[in-house]
Design a protein around this ligand. Structure first.
Ligand code: ADP
Ligand code: MG
Length: 465
């Protein structure tokens, strides 16, 4: 029963990918306690993921506390999953994951290789796009606007622009896969009958090797040569795989000659890709190569805002800035923060504050980010408002001094890790409730008065390196 076997192994594989996703969102202890021993149960509805555990307490706890997190992680792997059910029973089998002691270290591809044991030819479905990756959910900033424009142009007229192939390159977690799949999703949504194939270069490689083993290389080679749009993610993985490169070279040529659209992503510009044949590298450069740069502070805040809104999560502006200041390299990590906050907020029902974020994110935060001193902040804020620094540090009650002091306290809390107590001490020996009051005042003012909002954002931006 090859079809059934394929379904079952897909099932396990999908679950292990979901587990890996969850492991990024919770700490090791939570992961080991609640998730590690779960196993998926095959059921009639493919839209419901049923998870089984041997302990009723665990299944109840998960239902109450982690359902939305699991659903979110599951949907990021398979958009078809609409609901999660829990059940407990003695049949629960903790072995699905027995080789995976630390899924954090494992890529989905690794997991896939270690969970698939059949030597049957496993054809990858031509299109398995994640519905979440669309242009509308892609926040545009200076680092990615060119890539996004090129991607939109290609999606609107596949094969008809000069951007063929389009190659998008850039660092990890900056949105390459998102844009690539957005092209596919957009073309699908046009419903003009285009065949869109999306796959990673590793999948191309694995499928090719499988096809050879099973004597169906011809079938494989036909499959991608008949695509109207071929989207290949992470082409750097072709490195050193000579026969796969050979096969891809022919696929590329056939599609290109027939005016079909090719879009590729890679972690480096083609000229820096090692272990790739020159003829491939030169073809990758025939069309347009665009890079994605890490997002600036404002874009990071905009991305966080968007993600928080999508999850109905209310995160105060200062906390958004605090997160964006401290996590600057990778959008995937920004998302991870939102997922953690979502899990935390749904368990504790408490407000999201900088202190909370700080304690949840100890490990994720960029090292050294909070080394800005309170003196530097007082200096900048005093200069900006033309108020003597010593007045800000002392108990001067003049209105403009008080405002300047409140803003300095607010900024200190937003962009450093100092405790309320330390902040109070640095502003004329005030206690922590005065600092809280100052922060609340500034938050209110920012809501009411656009110029205060701009001042605060501007001063915060001066501390960006
Ligand atoms: P890459 O392929 O470059 O490693 P991804 O495309 O997988 O990165 O992006 C990582 C995560 O960050 C994804 O969930 C994606 O939706 C999100 N992301 C990346 N860039 C943006 C953006 N500009 N706006 C919104 N979300 C983004
Ligand atoms: Mg990617």
């Amino acid at each position: 029963m090859p079809a059934l076997f394929y379904l079952l192994s897909m099932h396990k594989q999908t679950w292990n990918q979901i587990l890996a996703q969850i492991s990024f969102s919770v700490d090791q202890l939570q992961f080991d306690t609640w998730f590690k021993q779960l196993s998926p149960v095959d059921n009639a509805s493919s839209n419901v993921l049923t998870l089984q555990t041997h302990n009723k307490f665990i299944s109840d706890f998960l239902e109450q506390n982690y359902k939305s997190l699991i659903l979110k992680c599951a949907q990021s792997i398979s958009a078809d999953i609409e609901d999660i059910h829990f059940r407990f029973g003695n049949g629960a089998h903790p072995t699905v994951n027995k080789n995976l002691t630390d899924t954090r270290a494992l890529s989905p591809d690794f997991i896939k290789r270690h969970t698939e044991t059949s030597n049957q030819y496993k054809e990858i479905p031509a299109s398995r796009l994640n519905k979440r990756f669309i242009f509308d959910s892609f926040v545009v900033g200076s680092g990615n606007e060119f890539a996004r424009s090129a991607a939109t142009a290609v999606a609107e007229a596949p094969g008809k622009t000069k951007f063929n192939p389009l190659l998008i390159y850039g660092g990890v977690g900056l949105g390459k896969t998102h844009l690539l799949q957005a092209i596919g999703n957009f073309i699908h949504s046009l419903d003009q009958g285009f065949t869109v194939s999306y796959l990673t270069s590793e999948e191309f490689y694995l499928e090719f090797i499988d096809a050879i083993k099973n004597n169906v290389a011809k079938k494989f080679s036909q499959k991608y040569r008949t695509s109207d749009v071929l989207l290949v993610d992470d082409v750097q993985f072709f490195s050193g795989k000579e026969s796969t490169q050979e096969e891809f070279f022919y696929v590329f040529n056939t599609l290109y000659q027939n005016g079909k659209q090719i879009v590729l992503t890679s972690d480096l510009p083609p000229s820096s890709l090692k272990g790739l044949q020159d003829r491939l590298i030169s073809r990758f450069q025939w069309g347009l190569c665009v890079d994605i740069q890490p997002p600036d502070l404002e874009t990071r805040v905009a991305i966080l805002k968007r993600k928080a809104e999508e999850d109905n999560l209310n995160i105060p502006e200062n906390v958004l800035y605090f997160i964006a200041e401290n996590i600057s390299s990778n959008i995937r990590e920004l998302e991870g923060v939102i997922i953690r906050l979502l899990a935390y907020a749904s368990i504790t029902k408490s407000d999201i504050t900088i202190d909370l974020v700080q304690s949840l994110l100890k490990k994720t935060m960029d090292k050294g980010k909070s080394k800005i001193s309170i003196d530097e902040i007082i200096e900048k804020v005093s200069d900006y408002y033309k108020v003597p620094q010593n007045h800000v540090r002392e108990k001067n009650r003049r209105k403009e001094v008080a405002l300047c002091r409140q803003i300095a306290m607010y900024i200190t809390k937003s962009i450093t890790n100092y405790s309320l107590k330390t902040i109070g001490l640095n502003f004329g020996g005030r206690d922590h409730s005065t600092v809280i009051h100052a922060i609340q005042q500034v938050e209110k003012l920012k809501d009411k008065d656009e110029s205060i909002l701009q001042d605060v954002n501007y001063i915060i931006s001066m501390f960006k390196d």
